[in-house]
Design a protein around this ligand. Sequence first.
Ligand SMILES: [Zn+2]
Length: 283
Amino acid sequence: MIKADNTLVMSGVQLFKRHTFLSVLITLLLVCSQVSATMPNEAPDAGKLLDMTYVFDEKTIYWPTAEPFTLEKLDWKVTPGGWWYASNNYGASEHGGTHVDAPVHFSEKGRTIDQIPLNEWIGPAVKIDVVSKCLKNRNYQLTVKDVKRWEEKNGRLPDNVWVIMYTGIDTRYYPDRKKVLGTAKSGKEALPELSFPGFSAEVADFLVKERHIKGIGLDTPSIDHGKSKDFQVHRICFAANKLAIENIAALDKLPEKGAMLYVIPMLIKDGTGSPARIFAVLP
Ligand SMILES: [Zn+2]
């Protein structure tokens, strides 16, 4: 009896252990299958990724009065220990090459780069193609009519969208300073000679008041056209707490709609703007 009871007790323990072991195993398998189902194991197809960033080097286009990009190679040699070591110093002003503007750039109480959450930089992009108009007039300004024409064809601008003006200027000529900026001069004497397309004050006002946009961007060095003296587009956008992108590359390859834009600025504390890696995932 005692032996039988012991056997019963032992069997019970073994059954309990086996049951527990099986439960744990099943739970682990379920967890693993969920993880493998939700964790992507590779980047989007190369053909679906569009890099929209110009390389930073000595040719990078900056505002004529701004400090350009510099790179100082420090080591780049085999050490006495026999291994290779390389490092650089770099420097630049915030507003040059492919970069973003934060609202504080033209709005005293506006946010700085580090105060803008990452998800605000990411969103759908629409492209408004005015290349033929900009070819005829280097100082063309995007109109409300241009936006409405896009909407007639594609429907109302979606919410939280990046509105991208495609002028063809950077896309054709970058990094030729004379052809992009309208002048190859540097410093203050270059400013009266600046000439390139941009948004109009009217369209900026329309976009921030009548539509729910994330921000605006284009393939020139400024969202205001080159001849602007009062930077109204900057002032309207940033008073409304919106974002901006300048000198976007590869706009000829961005579709009119359907792409998701990833704008990844360097996280500069108190930044008024920042160089950014910008890419699109194409539809
Ligand atoms: Zn800027």
